[in-house]
Structure formats: structure tokens, C-alpha cells
Design a protein around this ligand. Structure first.
Ligand code: MLT
Length: 249
């Protein structure tokens, strides 16, 4: 895992991106966050500038983050993950809770995949093995964004998807398929936590996110209006307002 972005002064905030994107998905957050925080936004294994591609697990991604914080001289930080980034954030909290000052779980879930979801992952892996990443835009865009998302947002997401190497996508889908179930562990989270959802998220519904928030003691919950699965990109004004209010000491 490479630190693709590390700028700003203040308490550290680590931002972990979704599948199949890279750290540039945080573009709408960077300018408003770096005036108050040190923002560290890595590329997950195989994505963006992070090479090489080899199979990985969420726990190994958590180890990557741990090593990254060590090498960046960051002792503790707020950790925010969108979707796959949230799976990694939970694995990181589970292994290194002492490093997590605050936790933001956006458009994500604590439970593992169901058997049906695992089957869909295997079909996607087979498709990626046969045809490369050509299937990704049609498969992912309608799930990640609302049908009426701005053209600018659609183009930005498409650009990230177009840059993905097939094996990076395959290994990430495997890691998501095989991730462990944290649903009975999250009640142990002791740091301030916020669950964020998108009003029109078709991958992880607002209702499911609200239920997750209910299992974490003292958890804040925020539903980003007019937003699908990538709430930080579709409605950055509301996403940033909620996050900054939560992050400020
Ligand atoms: C993501 O947005 O990171 C993924 O779509 C999440 C998933 O497939 O579980």
C-alpha cells in the first residue's frame, strides 16, 4: 500500500477508498479537510499507484495501513472508509484499536458476504478472468451512482475504473468475498464512531446502515441526501459538513 496523498497540518485523518477506485475518489474532501487536518489517503493494494498485484486479505490491508502510519510518523488517527474502505477500516480497528481515534464507516457493512453474494463475487471473478475489466463500468456504475448523478461525477468514477488492472480487481473481489464477519464484534468499538449512508444507496441500503449504527454504542448516524453508494462523491457538501462536524475536536 502506497501513501498516495499526505498533506495538511493537524490531527491525522486516514481515508480509505472504495472498489474499484483509488485515492483520487477523495478529491472533493481533500481541499476542505487539509486546512484543519493532516489527510493521509493511500491506494489499496493493486489500485492507483500501489503495485504489485498479488492476492491479499482485509487483515493484510490492515497491516499495510499499520506500516504506513509507522513510516509516516502518525501515532493515532481518525479512520474513514467508504464501502471496501470500510471493510478495511473495520479490520484495522480490530487489529490495531489503539491507533484509531475516531471511526467513520461510510456506505459499508460489518457482516460478511452471504452465500448468494459470494456466488455473485465468483461470477465477477470469472468475468474478469475471461474478459478483463471491460465489464466493470457497466457492472459498477449503475450500482455506485444514482441514475441522475452529474456527468462530471460519472466521468471521474469511469476514469478510475478504466485505470484498474484486471488482477487488482480480481484480488480485491476475492478479499471482499472472504472477509470476516465483524457484526458481533462492533459492539466492542470504544472510540467515537459515525456510520454514513446514502439516501439512494443500492449496494448497502440506508436501512441496513442505520441498523449497523444501532449496534455500536453512542454511534452517530448520517444519511447523505441525494446520494448513492459513493456518498462522498455524489454529495460532497453534505458529506463534508457531517464529517467535519464529527472530526473536529
Ligand atoms: C465498494 O464499493 O467498495 C464495493 O462495491 C463493495 C462491495 O462490493 O461489497
Amino acid at each position: 500500500m502506497k501513501t498516495a496523498f499526505d498533506q495538511g497540518k493537524g490531527p491525522a485523518v486516514l481515508l480509505i477508498h472504495a472498489f474499484p477506485l483509488n485515492h483520487t475518489m477523495w478529491e472533493p474532501q481533500l481541499a476542505s479537510f487539509t486546512s484543519e487536518f493532516r489527510v493521509v489517503a493511500p491506494d489499496v493494494r493493486g489500485f492507483g499507484r500501489s503495485q504489485p498485484q498479488s492476492p491479499w486479505t482485509m487483515e493484510e490491508a490492515a497491516d499495510d495501513i499499520n506500516a504506513l502510519l509507522d513510516s509516516s510518523g502518525v501515532e493515532t488517527c481518525a479512520v474513514a472508509g467508504v464501502s471496501m474502505g470500510g471493510y478495511i477500516a473495520l479490520a484495522f480497528w480490530s487489529k490495531y484499536p489503539q491507533r484509531v481515534r475516531r471511526l467513520i464507516l461510510a456506505n459499508t457493512r460489518a457482516r460478511a458476504d452471504t452465500e448468494t453474494e459470494k456466488t455473485a463475487r465468483n461470477e465477477m471473478i470469472a468475468g474478469l478472468q475471461q474478459n478483463g475489466t471491460a465489464l466493470l463500468p457497466d457492472r459498477m456504475l449503475p450500482r455506485l451512482l444514482r441514475p441522475n448523478a452529474s456527468q462530471e461525477t460519472v466521468q471521474a468514477v469511469r476514469k478510475m475504473i478504466d485505470a484498474v488492472h484486471p488482477s487488482a480487481a480480481i484480488y480485491a473481489v476475492m478479499a471482499m468475498r472472504d472477509r470476516v464477519d465483524f457484526s458481533s464484534a462492533v459492539h466492542r468499538i470504544q472510540c467515537p464512531t459515525m456510520v454514513v449512508t446514502g439516501s439512494d444507496d443500492v449496494i448497502i441500503s440506508a436501512g441496513e446502515a442505520r441498523a449497523l449504527a444501532g449496534t455500536i454504542s453512542g454511534c452517530r448516524f448520517f444519511e447523505v441526501p441525494h446520494s448513492g453508494h459513493l456518498s462522498n462523491l455524489e454529495n460532497p457538501e453534505e458529506f463534508n459538513r457531517a464529517l467535519l462536524a464529527f472530526l473536529r475536536p
